[in-house]
Design a protein around this ligand. Sequence first.
Ligand code: ADP
Length: 430
Amino acid sequence: MARSRALTRSVAYLSTFALGGALLGALFGHAALGLAIGLLCWSAIHLWQLQGLERFLLSRQRRVPEGIGSWRPIFDALDRRRKRERVRRQRLFVALKAFRDAARVLPDGVIVLDQEQRILWFNKAAKRLLGLRYPRDMGNPIHHLVRMPRFMQWLAEGKLDEPLIDLPCPVDESLRLSFRLIGFRAGIRLLVARDISTLMRLEQVRRDFVANVSHELRTPLTVINGYLEALEPEELGDYGDLFLEMRKQSRRMASIVEDLLTLSRLEAQSAPLDEAVSMASMLDSLRRDAEAISKGRHRLEFHRSCEADLRGSSKDLHSAFANIVVNAVRYTPDGGNIVVEWSTHPEGAAFSVRDTGPGIPEQHLPRLTERFYRVSTSRSRDSGGTGLGLAIVKHVLVAHGGRLEIESKVGHGSCFRCVLPQARLALEGD
Ligand code: ADP
């Protein structure tokens, strides 16, 4: 629209100058000269306006020059665009300022890092939680300023999906921090530091409470169990069945308390023992446990294709492996097969237990290691389970740098695999 207006005006002005010049020239008997002068004037105006446009575009001048003739609509359009852009820039500036102000007052420390982990920007909370100073620390790599080994290793690994939890605050030892890395543009990442001291304190209160309650329950339960074990059901006549149920439930309660105490101990320890664990003896012991519970009802196979032994807490590793083996025996119906194997794995070695039991529906798999999580409460209770077995397995494995993998298909059976890292392996005789 504007272009056609400029063109129309340009043609009109050209005609005016050409005709005007020619007519004026004709008055003096030099029409051609007049026409030439008219065209020259027209060209001069164009050149002048062109120069004005160039000067305007190259300078920081805000005001758009006044256009003449065919240049007027062009300069007007330029002026309108300038004003629109100014309004847009102002809005952007206000939004950016609001965002920066919000980020500045966030209770979490926010630090913007480039590919080399250099600090591009940080907020007030980052100053408070990590002791960063402006402008001294701008452009410095964050790991030169926050020099905690766990933090440095985690940052180097660049795990965006795994937060780093429970680190002491470098400024105030009484505070505990968690860190999270968020990628938001190619090479640029946000490091978010959060004060989780209250959460950690609550977690400690919970742990202490469970540990204390379990501990307090243990003694009276031992006494009750002692009496119940001493009595014979035949001596109680009609109450015999009732007595047997009492004994069964009392044993179950004692097992729950023992498992809770084991979990509390595992949670409280910073690192497991580092003793040699013979896998040959471990498999023998597990075989005896499995045979004692199965009583010949299952086909049990034990294989050892990995020569290496383990380093860690013998007691905890036995408890973890036994839990999986005992579960397989408990949940696999009579006549089923159970294959226990200690084999090599790309990450180190794996202790796996495969059964031909009922299998576990897929939706339950991610939650099996939660405390008291059961696929079927009645089945678990009937089998004498406490609902804490797999939680113990997970804790033991994590403490040893390993992990638990569970594969299962309903109607086909399950496979529980404890993967242990190379660092935990010891060749025989080590
Ligand atoms: P529990 O003491 O109840 O066995 P666990 O933590 O050891 O508790 O196991 C959690 C749940 O996982 C069990 O209740 C059971 O439903 C399921 N489960 C564990 N092992 C097996 C298995 N080999 N086959 C089928 N289900 C299993």
